[in-house]
Design a protein around this ligand. Structure first.
Ligand code: HEC
Length: 315
């Protein structure tokens, strides 16, 4: 071993031995490549490699589902036109905020009223009864999970037929802008090849553009489950052809070449239709075990539902 590393020769400057660094350089390079392979390939593969569409019991659907053919073509158009250089498709979440609410009284309202007084939610029994007359009642908002559990337990101890539950809200700047109702997870991209998560946000995040209320294409974005494809398509085509016509001051380029200029006006080409079908398919609003949808206490005002100062198109 020593002979491998040390080479002694009188011809060297100082007449001594020189360390043969070759093996060390080889081992060092090997180790750093092996480490990055572990971190960048093996780690993610172990973490996400087994992801499969999952059955969402509440909704009786399998999520995610593959896109239809036209939307799949649209993904290629989106990628070819480089939309991902200005738009991300990833909603970040920074945490959860817990609360508790009482939705129905049980069989012993007197005990329940006493519990409310004990919790400081009413001054006296009369006040508590008044509160109980107009349920749901927020027992606590913006508290630690353990405190929310304590509130629910106190109510249940007083009256175990009363219906009280822990509420939670997903927190984060992206959610505050209305870009999503929960964070994006690996499963959301199961059918994306490649994943077009994007890296810059010159324009708004598009992870949920398919469930954005058509009349609210401005911050704070609003969700809708009543979006009709016809309305969506009309807005998107107008926007693609001339962004500034619907969003004054927009810096998004006009994609006029996606339309044929005919006597009857602009007619969308196949690519434009595919792109719109793809945009409509973008939605991450199914509750997942690791990314549940918020269960919100009824009277809590949406404190974070204000548009963020940045990334807000001028409209
Ligand atoms: C140079 C950056 C840029 C590029 C490239 C770009 N966009 Fe945009 N996009 C923006 C900006 C800025 C806005 C916000 C103003 C507006 O609504 O026009 C926006 C808004 C949007 C909106 C409206 C979102 C909403 O809910 O308000 C959609 C949809 C959209 N872009 C889709 C696309 C598609 C599809 C492409 C590719 C064909 C694309 N964008 C390319 C910058 C860009």
């Amino acid at each position: 071993m020593l002979r491998l590393v040390l080479r002694c020769d009188a011809r060297f400057n100082h007449g001594g031995c020189r360390v043969n660094k070759g093996p060390f350089i080889f081992l060092g390079a090997f180790a750093s490549l092996a480490l990055s392979w572990l971190g960048l390939v093996l780690g993610p593969q172990l973490q996400f490699g087994g992801e499969q569409p999952q059955k969402i019991e509440d909704l009786n659907v399998v999520y995610p589902a593959a896109r239809n053919g036209l939307a799949q073509q649209g993904a290629e158009v989106y990628r070819a036109l480089g939309c991902q250089h200005c738009h991300s498709q990833q909603v970040r979440q920074e945490g959860l905020e817990f609360g508790a609410k009482l939705t129905a009284p049980g069989e012993t309202p007197a005990k329940l009223a006493a519990a409310l007084v004990k919790l400081g939610l009413a001054q006296d029994v009369a006040g508590a009864n008044a509160q109980l007359a107009k349920l749901p009642l927020t027992l606590g908002a913006d508290v630690e999970l353990s405190h929310a559990e304590f509130l629910v337990r106190t109510v249940k101890d007083a009256d175990d037929k009363a219906k009280a539950e822990i509420t939670f809200k997903n927190l984060g700047a992206d959610l505050g802008r209305g870009w999503g109702v929960r964070m994006s997870t690996a499963s959301d991209y199961l059918f994306d090849q490649p994943v077009l998560a994007g890296s810059a946000r010159v324009g708004p995040d598009l992870a949920n553009v398919g469930v954005r209320a058509p009349e609210k294409y401005s911050a704070p974005w609003k969700f809708t489950s009543t979006n009709t494809f016809a309305e969506f398509r009309a807005w998107q085509l107008r926007h693609l052809a001339e962004p500034r016509a619907v969003a004054p001051g927009s810096t998004m380029p006009a994609y006029r070449f996606l339309f044929d200029q005919r006597a009857e006006g602009k007619v969308p080409k196949h690519d434009a239709e595919a792109l719109v079908a793809y945009l409509f398919s973008l939605r991450q609003d199914v509750p997942l075990p690791n990314a549940p949808l918020p269960r919100v206490a009824s009277v809590k005002p949406a404190a974070t539902n204000a548009p963020a100062a940045t990334n807000t198109p001028a409209k």
